[in-house]
Design a protein around this ligand. Structure first.
Ligand SMILES: Cc1cc2nc3c(=O)[nH]c(=O)nc-3n(C[C@H](O)[C@H](O)[C@H](O)COP(=O)(O)O)c2cc1C
Length: 211
């Protein structure tokens, strides 16, 4: 089993990466493979609502969003990490996640369906819980079980060396990884034992219009 860890920071090996690496190390100890996927520093456009993905199954901007969608379909779980930028997720990660999840939905790929997910955030000081809430909203609209830890998944620091000293933050990452591993093993065991995936209803899409 494999978990994809997304680094939504402009720093390839910064504070967010340091937190994700602690998750990756612990997943390995639990027998779960992982890969850190960096969204990069090239400008990432937001979703233009062009709906190209309905026809092609891919985003019309051929960048790390399509690269990610191609490998994400084979992953069993996901962790999306972001630095806090003005008390929110980084603009790049927001554009990235908007396009990843919109393409997945409109193209009918359903690659995230009932796969566990978690958000990890890194801040020098504040804005962590708002960012955590923001990222979790992508999961809870996509039928993804959200894996939690012993605290909200955050680390603090301006530099990776600061994060290394954030003992509680790193412990939160390790607990998160073990809980993710436990869930993945339970899901696998359940499916092997014959537990069926839930019956799916046709989507009702009303825009609040009644008649
Ligand atoms: C544009 C920008 C905005 C930021 N806004 C905040 C903020 O609102 N709150 C905060 O605590 N840190 C803020 N920071 C600092 C980073 O969130 C923090 O240093 C983070 O741990 C860096 O992670 P990284 O090394 O993975 O990029 C900001 C940094 C940048 C570049």
């Amino acid at each position: 089993m494999k978990v994809l860890l997304v680094n939504g920071s402009p720093h390839k090996k910064g504070c967010t990466w340091t937190a994700l690496s602690e998750v990756a190390k612990t997943l390995k100890k639990e027998g779960i493979e992982s890969e850190i996927f960096w969204i990069g520093i090239k400008p990432l456009a937001g979703c233009t609502a062009c709906r190209t993905c309905v026809k092609t199954g891919r985003c019309m901007f051929d960048d790390t969003v399509n690269e990610f969608l191609d490998i994400a379909k084979d992953a069993d779980g996901y962790i999306f990490g972001s630095p806090v930028h003005y008390a929110a997720a980084s603009g790049a990660l927001t554009s990235f996640m908007d396009r990843v999840f919109y393409t997945d939905m409109l193209a009918g790929r359903q690659i995230f369906y009932l796969k566990p997910a978690a958000a990890v955030v890194s801040a020098r000081r504040a804005g962590t819980t708002a960012t955590f809430d923001q990222i979790n909203k992508y999961f809870t609209i996509s039928e993804m079980p959200v894996i939690s830890s012993r605290y909200w998944n955050m680390v603090h620091g301006a530099q990776p060396a600061d994060v290394e000293k954030d003992e509680e933050g790193l412990q939160t990452m390790r607990v998160l990884a073990r809980n993710m591993a436990f869930f993945l093993k339970c899901k696998e065991a359940g499916l092997k034992a014959g537990v069926q995936l839930p019956v799916r209803e046709e989507r009702v899409f009303t825009n609040f219009i009644r008649d």
